[in-house]
Ligand binder design. Structure first.
Ligand code: AMP
Ligand code: GLY
Length: 425
């Protein structure tokens, strides 16, 4: 099999690393890739928003399967374009990708199929949104309806903050067209978990649970980020709850789409809030999570290339996945200043030493410069350790983290603290 992976983050490095383990994979490419994907695949400098470039490359290299990592190319319909050319693709088409690219589409679908989620109202007029926010009171959540690189959600502690967020989106056009409509949503309290499944639009193969850490600093303080660390499994999701989420969220979503003549092929990610009244959907993603992938895929014992191809061909019937029972923890090492502005081009040391500690090191914002690896993004590396139990996994991960250095590097010291607290109880 010849495979092209699209993307350049830690998620894509992890996908490439796992695909490379498959005896079925002959040639593996990553576009555009990063300083880590080049260790496991051949980086190719394609403009991934130009579908014709991808198609030409696939034809030239006899690509059997394209794996789309991030949401933007999915939202732009890359999968439909590739399928029309007869190329197998892992990742949903334009219509299904609206689960992520339009929060309005997602909310309305959940409404039609009784999928549990926060109650909400949609606005395109600021005065009406303000009036509603003042009546509802805080805490309350304001969301841009379209893609906003993880920055379009404001969990407002007070009414003025919510009104200000609505104004920035609807009047000041902070997120452009993505904020031309907003969702004002009930605040849900509880613990979050990520549930991901592979699906061919009919059958599903569930993946193991995980939990992300969105805030920049320890104790969940500071601004939201793309994710500062993750761990798997998430012990808040026991087997009973896991099945409940599959039956009340995942299946109705996939079946609801099918009922509307939309076949979902790829990975479906439900961000879940465990509330006192049960699991509720915070959001859908139509792709793997980053950094959740860094703790999920290393636990997979089955052949990822085979599973991806089965999804692409609509042939997941009877397929299962085997998992490593150990706990996995990922700590993201970020550039100084992230999630604000940060420097690039800083040299990184200690990568081999960290691996000698038994950890996996996945690259995100890195690139090769002469013989060095240097920073080239905000989230630079994901260090993944494992252990028998979460306490051991955390210890092993931070031991490896301590070996790596670059100027300005910062990371959270409390990844998996909720799972550790459960053990301590
Ligand atoms: P989203 O991109 O929709 O997942 O939102 C990003 C983050 O905002 C989530 O991971 C939650 O931490 C938080 N969030 C989103 N919606 C709500 C809500 N209704 N209640 C509380 N927190 C929320
Ligand atoms: N880690 C959250 C996401 O990938 O959206």
């Amino acid at each position: 099999m010849n495979i092209l992976v699209i993307g350049s983050g830690g998620r894509e490095h992890t996908i490439c690393w796992k695909l490379k383990q498959s005896p079925k994979v002959e040639n593996l490419y990553c576009a555009p890739g990063n300083g880590g994907t080049s260790l496991d695949a051949v980086n190719v400098d394609l403009a991934v928003d130009e579908h014709s470039q991808i198609i030409d490359f696939c034809k030239d290299k006899n690509i059997d399967l394209v794996v789309v990592g991030p949401e933007a190319p999915l939202a732009s319909g890359i999968s439909d374009t590739l399928e029309a050319e007869g190329i197998n693709v892992f990742g949903p088409g334009y219509s299904a990708a609206r689960l992520e690219s339009s929060k309005i589409f997602a909310k309305e679908l959940m409404g039609r199929y009784n999928i549990p989620t926060a109650s909400f109202r949609i606005f395109d007029d600021f005065d009406k949104a303000e009036e509603y926010i003042r009546v509802e009171g805080a805490p309350i959540v304001v969301k841009a309806y379209g893609l906003a690189a993880g920055k379009g959600v404001i969990v407002a502690e007070d009414v003025e903050e919510a009104v200000c967020a609505a104004k920035e989106m609807l009047v000041e056009k902070k997120f452009g067209a993505s904020g031309s409509k907003i969702i004002v949503e009930e605040f849900l309290s509880g613990e979050e978990a990520s549930i991901l499944v592979l699906t061919d639009g009919e059958n599903i193969v569930p993946m193991v649970s995980s939990q992300d850490h969105k805030r920049a600093y320890d104790d969940d303080k500071g601004p939201n980020t793309g994710g500062m660390g993750a761990y798997s499994p998430a012990p808040i999701i026991d087997d009973v709850l896991f099945d409940e989420i599959i039956e009340t969220v995942i299946r109705p979503t996939i079946e609801g789409l099918r009922n509307e003549k939309i076949l979902y092929k790829g990975v479906l990610y439900a961000g879940i809030m465990m509330t006192d009244s049960g699991p509720k959907v915070l959001e859908y993603n139509v792709r793997f999570g980053d950094p959740e992938t860094q703790v999920i895929l290393p636990r997979l014992k089955s052949d990822l290339a085979e599973l991806f191809m089965a999804v692409a061909k609509g042939d997941l019937t009877g397929k299962t996945a085997e998992w490593d029972e150990r706990d996995y923890v990922c700590v993201v090492l970020a550039a100084g200043g992230y999630p604000g502005s940060y420097e690039k081009g800083t040299s990184i040391t200690g990568l081999e030493e960290a691996q000698k500690e038994g950890a996996l090191v996945f690259h995100a914002g890195t690139k090769e410069k002469n013989t060095e690896v240097v920073t080239s993004g905000g989230r630079v590396l994901g260090v993944v350790g494992m252990g028998n139990g979460v306490v051991e996994a955390v210890e092993n991960t931070y031991k490896a983290v301590n070996k790596i250095q670059f100027e300005g590097m910062h990371y959270r010291k409390d990844i998996a603290h909720r799972a550790v607290a459960r053990v301590d109880k």
